[in-house]
Design a protein around this ligand. Structure first.
Ligand SMILES: Nc1ncnc2c1ncn2[C@@H]1O[C@H](COP(=O)(O)OP(=O)(O)OP(=O)(O)O)[C@@H](O)[C@H]1O
Ligand SMILES: [Mg+2]
Length: 227
């Protein structure tokens, strides 16, 4: 196996069944992704971008086909192992930030570490460092409602990278932000990819952002049509 390989999709299909009707959201996806790649995923609404990220992030199980994460076939992992792999290897960033509203920025970033049995002091230290790395440490005690959209997304990025994940999955992370802030968020992701060697998969409807990514994948009706 290629030692740098992080993810490998082999003939992945994902079907959804709604009221007896089967819909194929991903069709025969074959894809290899290496450590430290920055991938931009584009495609029309409903083409399967989010489904692809959810499969990559072990949130959704493929209907058929195999997904290998660092050479391990994820189909063979039990639920407990899958949760653990998800908690340590995968960071997610969403369009709507998905921060916990009653927690401060710092507490939001500490949260994924607490699930990993890391001491409270260490959690706090690492969370502050993560906030610093995305330039919002001065807002550590603010709640999400006391932050701008761009600041919230920075906190969400800190939360996603604080555990030093292998893969960062960003599902339209700039869709709720203005152009200037979008570019800033994109530059943060680029910086993280270059410095932490994290593998980034980013979906976006913004062709200008996709054009800045190093490898581009286009999907249509659940199929990769160019890469
Ligand atoms: N849980 C589900 N149950 C049934 N159908 C689903 C489910 N999740 C997604 N789908 C269908 O799968 C297709 C792909 O959805 P997906 O969310 O991946 O698209 P997308 O490319 O992310 O679109 P958008 O750009 O609007 O976010 C859509 O037709 C959607 O209706
Ligand atoms: Mg989507």
């Amino acid at each position: 196996m290629n030692e740098n390989q992080v993810l490998k999709f082999v003939d992945i299909n994902k079907n959804f069944k709604t009221e007896g009707v089967v819909f194929t959201a991903l069709h025969k996806i074959n894809l290899e992704i290496n450590k430290g790649e920055f991938i931009g995923i584009s495609g029309k609404s409903g083409s399967g971008k989010t489904t692809l990220l959810n499969v990559a992030g072990l949130i959704d199980t493929p209907t058929s086909g195999d997904l290998f994460l660092k050479g391990r076939n994820t189909r063979l992992l039990d639920d407990e192992t899958l949760s653990k792999v998800r908690a340590t290897e995968i960071g997610f960033i969403f369009q709507t930030f998905n921060l916990l509203p009653l927690l401060s920025a710092l507490e939001n970033v500490e949260y994924p570490l607490m699930l990993l049995n890391i001491s409270p002091e260490e959690c706090k230290h690492r969370a502050m460092e993560a906030l610093k790395s995305v330039g919002v440490d001065q807002f550590s005690h603010h709640r999400p409602s006391q932050l701008s959209g761009g600041q919230r997304q920075r906190v969400a990025i800190a939360r996603a990278v604080v555990k030093n994940p292998t893969i960062l999955l960003a599902d339209e992370p700039t869709a709720n932000l203005d152009t200037k802030t979008s570019k800033e968020i994109f530059d943060i992701l680029l910086h993280l990819q270059e410095n932490m060697k994290v593998t980034v998969m980013l979906c976006s409807h913004d062709p200008d952002l996709i054009a800045l990514t190093k490898r581009q994948i286009k999907i249509s009706d659940g199929q990769i049509i160019s890469q």
